[in-house]
Each structure stands twice: as structure tokens, then as C-alpha cells.
Design a protein around this ligand. Structure first.
Ligand SMILES: *Cc1c(COP(=O)(O)O)cnc(C)c1O
Length: 367
């Protein structure tokens, strides 16, 4: 048999490219003339990076992924925009590939710096120099930056440097670390021609000096492109959700009051009930920790998940909707049911749910 594409199981993630373009246009407006980088790491947050890159191409100035393999997949798919590698290179062997494929590594540690400066490149690279302004995850400390910048300015391997940093609490505009991070970063930027600070949260809700656009800046928009609120206190009504995760009803039964449903018999029917079994489970990326009560969307209403999430299936209480039939579609999240709401039930965030939608769930593109 030839390569079998996933076809028969109706479970799928519908990706609305019109909504994606709407969100990209919003990011573009908020960037107010500053350059825009679309963050499409982790298979475009689970949405499919080749299709997302192609749809975003007219709206953004460059793309960003986490590491080189993600970038090479995009090149194989025909993507031509510049691509930033947010974790930079793991070894010097990647530097000739950065040269060959127009990839721009982040430099965030001494090892990466020495490998670049020792590399016999023909064409100088654009690089991003990361400052640890207070998140304490990646980057050079502010006291190291002057010396590193001097070495990069003198290096034949380097065409251009963008000085960047990342916020730990951008979704809380009032968080005191935001201004401390700005205060740490800003003194380093006086002689820089290219800067990058904001993620989606800081673009949607700028704080401090981010409120005044600076034409040297690149905005790094990730989650907002997919129509998911990054966790701002007021939410973000202007975004349109891009992913709709759907699965069919494959089982229907009546259970008696007191009957238990599913593994561990963790849910018992409080009254005679109709239980519908839906063909999606934790192997597809539906969160196993979603408790009974987590909503799903069926025929214009919410129904509750009941019982333990299995590998390939979930069970829902359909007593309130007796018309439900085998084959009917259930929306696990989408425009009617925000992924962040499901995430909250499961004790996580929308970012995790969309990035975990499994390879066995086909993505179907529309718009
Ligand atoms: C993932 C990432 C982003 C995008 O963050 P969102 O919250 O999804 O907008 C921006 N910058 C860096 C360094 C990242 O790793």
C-alpha cells in the first residue's frame, strides 16, 4: 500500500486561514510601522507550519522557529522568508546551513559566540543577540553585552546584530519585573540599530516605553496569530480563533443512576443519563487531566465531559440533548469554545493544548 494519508477517521483540526490573516493584520496594525516577526515554532503552535508560513508571507517580515530542524522543514516546503532560530545553534555544524538557507541564529551563550567567531563562513550572517534582562532563562547578562557587541561588530562572520530580550510577565502589564527588565535593557540599546522586545502580550498591551513605537524594533508575535489570548486580564476580543478541533460521536448509551462511566469508574451518573462516546483522546492531544464538567460544544450548546479521558476517546453527558446521533460532530475547542477555557479546566494554558494536538489528527485548511 502506498503511503496512507489519514483519511477515514473524521477527527480533525480545522485551520481557518482567514482568521489567521485577520490576526496577522491586527498584529501588523499594533506594530505601528515596526517590523513584524511571526513566531511559528512547534509546527506553528500545532497549526501546521508550512501552511501557516505560506498564508502569513504577505503580512510579516520574517519568521521565527525554535531550532534549525524546524527551519529546514520550512525551506523544504518552499518558504522563502528570513527565519530566526530562537534557541540559536546547538553546534557549529549548523552555521554553514544558516548561511546556505538564510537563517538568523540567536546568540545567547558564550559557546555559540565562540563557534560563530571561529566559523569560516563565506557570507556574513544576520544574528540576534539575546540579553537576559531578568527572566533568567537565556541570554548574556547586561554587563557582558558591551564586550560581546564589540566582538560581533568586528567579526567578518556578522552582517547585522539585532539586540533582543524576552519578558517573563508581559501578560500582566502591571507586573514590577516588566519595568525592571526595560530598565536593564534600555541602556544597552543606544548604539543598536535593530531591537526586539515584545511578544504577543506586550504587543497587545504595551507597557512603559513600549507604548512609543521605535522604528528599530521587531515585534515577535506568536500566540495572538492563532487567535488565542496570551492571558491578558481582560482577554482579547479582537482575535479570531484559528483552530477548531472536532471529533465524531461513535457511541451512545443510556446508563442508570449510580452507574459508573470510564476508567477508574471516577464518574457516577447522578440520574439516569445518556452517555456519548467521542473519538478523540489524550493520544490526539486532548488533555488527560480535563476533569468531569469540562465543556465541549455540540449543536449550539455546551455539554460536559464525564469520566476519565482515554487514549482514543472521551465520554460526555448528552442527557440535555437527546437528539444527538452517531456521527454528529463535537467541537472540543474553537470559535464557540475558547481553547483557554478548556485549558483552565485542565490546569494548563491554551499554548500547551494547541501545540500538543497530535500528528495523527489531520489538519484541514480552509479560507
Ligand atoms: C515563543 C516566543 C515568542 C512568542 O511568544 P507569544 O507569547 O506566543 O507571542 C516570542 N519570543 C520568544 C523568544 C519566544 O520564545
Amino acid at each position: 500500500m502506498a503511503d496512507h494519508a489519514l483519511t477515514y477517521r473524521p477527527t480533525r483540526a480545522e485551520i481557518d486561514l482567514t482568521a489567521l490573516r485577520h490576526n496577522a493584520q491586527l498584529a501588523r496594525q499594533l506594530a505601528a510601522g515596526q517590523a513584524l516577526l511571526a513566531v511559528i515554532k512547534a509546527n506553528a503552535y500545532g497549526h501546521g507550519s508550512a501552511a501557516v508560513a505560506a498564508a502569513l508571507e504577505p503580512y510579516v517580515d520574517a519568521l521565527a522557529v525554535a531550532f534549525i530542524d524546524e527551519a529546514l522543514q520550512l525551506r523544504q516546503a518552499g518558504c522563502r522568508l528570513p527565519i530566526v532560530l530562537l534557541e540559536g545553534c546547538f553546534s557549529g555544524a549548523e552555521l554553514p546551513l544558516c548561511e546556505a538557507y538564510n537563517l538568523q541564529p540567536v546568540l545567547h551563550n558564550q559557546h555559540q559566540l565562540e563557534q560563530l567567531l571561529a566559523s569560516p563562513l563565506q557570507t556574513p550572517l544576520k544574528v540576534w543577540l539575546k540579553v537576559d534582562s531578568g527572566m533568567h532563562r537565556l541570554g548574556f547578562s547586561s554587563v557582558e553585552i558591551a564586550a560581546v557587541s564589540q566582538r560581533l561588530a568586528a567579526a567578518k562572520q556578522v552582517a547585522e546584530v539585532t539586540l533582543m530580550t524576552h519578558f517573563a510577565n508581559a501578560e500582566q502589564a502591571e507586573h514590577p519585573l516588566n519595568n525592571r527588565q526595560l530598565a536593564e535593557f534600555e541602556p544597552l540599546t543606544r548604539s543598536a540599530n535593530h531591537l526586539s522586545l515584545a511578544n504577543s502580550a506586550a504587543l497587545l498591551q504595551p507597557f512603559g516605553s513600549l507604548q512609543q513605537p521605535d522604528q528599530r524594533r521587531w515585534c515577535r508575535a506568536g500566540i495572538m496569530l492563532y487567535g488565542i489570548d496570551p492571558g491578558l486580564p481582560g482577554g482579547t476580543a479582537a482575535l479570531k480563533p484559528v483552530m477548531r478541533l472536532v471529533a465524531p460521536v461513535i457511541g451512545l448509551r443510556q446508563v442508570k443512576q449510580g452507574d459508573a462511566v470510564g476508567y477508574g469508574s471516577r464518574w457516577c451518573a447522578p440520574r439516569d443519563s445518556v452517555i456519548a462516546t467521542v473519538a478523540i483522546g489524550y493520544a490526539d492531544g486532548y488533555p488527560r487531566h480535563a476533569p468531569s464538567g469540562t465543556p465541549v460544544w455540540v449543536a449550539e450548546q455546551r455539554l460536559p465531559l464525564v469520566g476519565t479521558v482515554s487514549m482514543d476517546m472521551i465520554t460526555i453527558d448528552a442527557t440535555a440533548y437527546p437528539q444527538l446521533k452517531l456521527g454528529d460532530e463535537v467541537e472540543l475547542w474553537g470559535a464557540r469554545l475558547p481553547v483557554n477555557e478548556v485549558a483552565q479546566w485542565a490546569g494548563t494554558i491554551g499554548y500547551e493544548l494547541v501545540t500538543r494536538v497530535g500528528a495523527r489528527v489531520p489538519r484541514s485548511y480552509q479560507g
